[in-house]
Write a protein that binds this ligand. Structure first.
Ligand code: DX5
Ligand code: ZN
Length: 233
């Protein structure tokens, strides 16, 4: 649902490199860039906040010269404050961290802004939307998880989409344009459901990198975004 009078940012595809071949990260990023992806979604997991490990700021730093696309860093880590400087220095453009991991997020969001980054909050499927609403005016983005964070390739959960209307209302009331990102189980079938609910940034890991023809899959997503964008107007 798109509220009347709300500025709707254009739809963006953010493929998650979590499902790519880590031994060829630079090439995996180049393929989606030339195919037309908008952002690179980078899933950082610490084996503590979530039961899985991926990579940290050094990998982000090494990838930075490999692409011009914005880096959308999703921190699934405990104590995000400890590592924020590292990700800023590594070249993150957008950084989301979990409200469940940081009950006092405003100083971190302020730090991101002072460094010229965009920042926002992520929430697990079971976390009530009220947890992020008090901080909406400090957020450039809210990431609504549609799977339990920790692993790619899980089935999409529709229930969390109900949070989006409340995020939009709070953003409109605060006079903010807030990107609403959905993450988990997004494919060509589920993206329209998330778009209909008001999301405009779509993370897709396995649906992109698991496709037999990755550039073709990115093109299919782009065509779908154009279609749902038309319908939203
Ligand atoms: C899950 C990650 C997601 C994941 C999505 O914890 O935050 O970004 O890569 O993967 P798919 O699209 O396969 O559900
Ligand atoms: Zn993610």
């Amino acid at each position: 649902m798109v509220l009347p009078g709300r500025l709707v940012p254009t739809g963006k595809l953010a493929p998650s490199i979590l499902s790519s071949d880590f031994s060829r990260l630079a090439e995996e990023v180049a393929v989606i860039e030339s195919a037309g992806a908008h952002w690179i979604h980078i899933d950082v997991m610490d084996g503590h906040f979530v039961p899985n490990l991926t990579f940290g700021a050094p990998v982000v730093r090494c990838l930075r010269p490999c692409t011009k696309l914005p880096f959308d860093v999703h921190l699934m880590i405990s104590e995000p404050a400890r590592y924020l400087d590292d990700f800023i220095a590594a070249g993150a453009d957008w950084v989301t961290f979990h409200i469940e991991a940081e009950p006092d997020p405003e100083p971190l969001l302020d730090k991101l802004h002072a460094a010229g980054c965009k920042g926002g909050l992520a929430l697990r499927p079971g976390t009530p939307v009220e947890a992020v609403l008090p901080f909406i005016s400090a957020c450039d983005i809210v990431l609504v998880m549609t799977v339990e964070p920790g692993f790619g390739g899980q089935s999409f959960q529709a229930e969390p989409l109900k949070k989006i209307a409340a995020i939009q209302s709070a953003a409109t009331a605060a006079g903010k344009v807030v990107e609403i990102e959905v993450d988990g189980g997004i494919d060509l079938e589920t993206l329209p459901l998330a778009a209909e609910a008001g999301a405009n940034v779509f993370v897709a890991g396995s649906a992109v990198y698991g496709a037999p023809d990755v550039p073709r899959r990115v093109a299919e997503f782009r065509a779908l975004l154009a279609r749902v964008g038309e319908e939203a107007r």
